[in-house]
Ligand binder design. Sequence first.
Ligand code: ADP
Length: 496
Amino acid sequence: MKDTSNIVKYKFEMNQVIEDKTLFKTQCLINGKWVDSATNESIKIVNPYNGEFLANVPQVNRSQVKEAIDSANIAFKKWKKTSAIERSNLLKNWFNLIKENINDLASIMVSEQGKPLKEAKGEVNYAASYVEFFAEEAKRIYGDVIPSPFPNSRVVVLKQPVGVVGIITPWNFPIAMMVRKIAPALACGCTCVIKPDERTPLSAFAVLELAIRAGIPKGVVNAVTGIPSEIGEEFTSNELVRKISFTGSTRVGKILMSGSAQNVKRVTLELGGNAPFIVFDDANIDAAVEGLIASKYRNSGQTCVCANRIFVHSNVEDEFIRKLKIKVEEFKIGNGLEDNDIGPLINDAALEKVERLINDAISKGGKICHGGNRHKLGGTFFEPTIISNINSSMSIFKEEIFGPVASIVTFNSVDEVIELANNTKYGLASYFYAKDMSKIWKVAEELEYGMVGVNRGGISSALIPFGGIKESGMGREGSKYGVDDYLNIKYLCMSD
Ligand code: ADP
């Protein structure tokens, strides 16, 4: 049993925390209407800070999921014919409303997700930047004219929206992960049905309410909560859904990918990571420590691009750990709605996983330099931790930690660390700190990852192609490449 004796007990009143009470939506969105479950079944949403009840949301049945897909399909027939300017303007309206309501959106998010308010606001701004970017990009979805291989003919390439998109998103960035799929989908002329995570649907619903207020027509965005596997099966088997866009675990990504094979649906998968963070002995150590703090401890370490294995050259290991410890000791831990740096983990399972990984590492020679235990606050709080002497036989080397734990592996040569860093089935983000230019190019080219931060720990932006390789997934979100996954290429051969 988890101990919650030190957690402040209070009745969380959402209505006291948010200014615009009408943003607190607890129903699903189907065809422009907020609706309950047809069977009256519901899912309880709790605050991870203290386990208190926040709201019930519908557990819709399968025919309601079908209804949402049908409504997206009907809406698609009109939406795909709207002008690029019209879609762009509606996305801009949505962007403005998200910015205007940042405080309420962030507060709702903290209440159901636990992250510190400043990070929640950062997430809302980050999400909004995708809407702004794709509002602009809607006007630049160009086709092509190709020199004709045939006499008296013209070859023209059209880019057309794929159709209804099934979107499934996780709890760690409940607004940003969803919005960065919806924005390019809508910019391209697609419509969508979203399944937010059942632990964090309230912030997703609030941001969709703003989409309605922005003037996005009914049926263009729909959202359902229910039994994840059932909704996933409907998304993959229903032929009206032409594409799945998923962010979450590799395990579920594989289920959705194989399910999508039955009718050859397109998939975009943003899955787990096991990011290496390499500190070479010519690195600026202070900058590397700053970068690691940004990459490792954000969202209590619960991000797919978090540094998971920190490789430090033996010549600089002592200095690096000493400086890192000073920073980690400064963290304020507690309720996200107060001025803290680290919030709770999402649930008991997350806490137990972190403990299991640490215990396994210690049993195989891992050394705790800082933290290592459940936090005295109780609940699902875990101490920000630094553990060294990690090696590839330990589970912490192979699995995504998803907690505030920096696990340090010592290395001695460039070739050794490249091999160690690539020794994982994942390939999402990677980071390294060095000064020597030839080494920088060699390492950047040889790391088998979709993203490489060189002398930088924070690399996410709407302007960059976010995504992974290997079992971290396929497809890219953000940047000019971010529309590709929502478009079909059609080639016209036009002879006289
Ligand atoms: P995590 O392990 O971080 O919770 P998941 O991959 O389980 O990651 O969850 C990410 C999203 O996938 C959530 O919205 C969750 O409800 C959904 N999900 C979980 N299982 C399935 C499934 N079998 N089919 C479709 N979606 C699922």
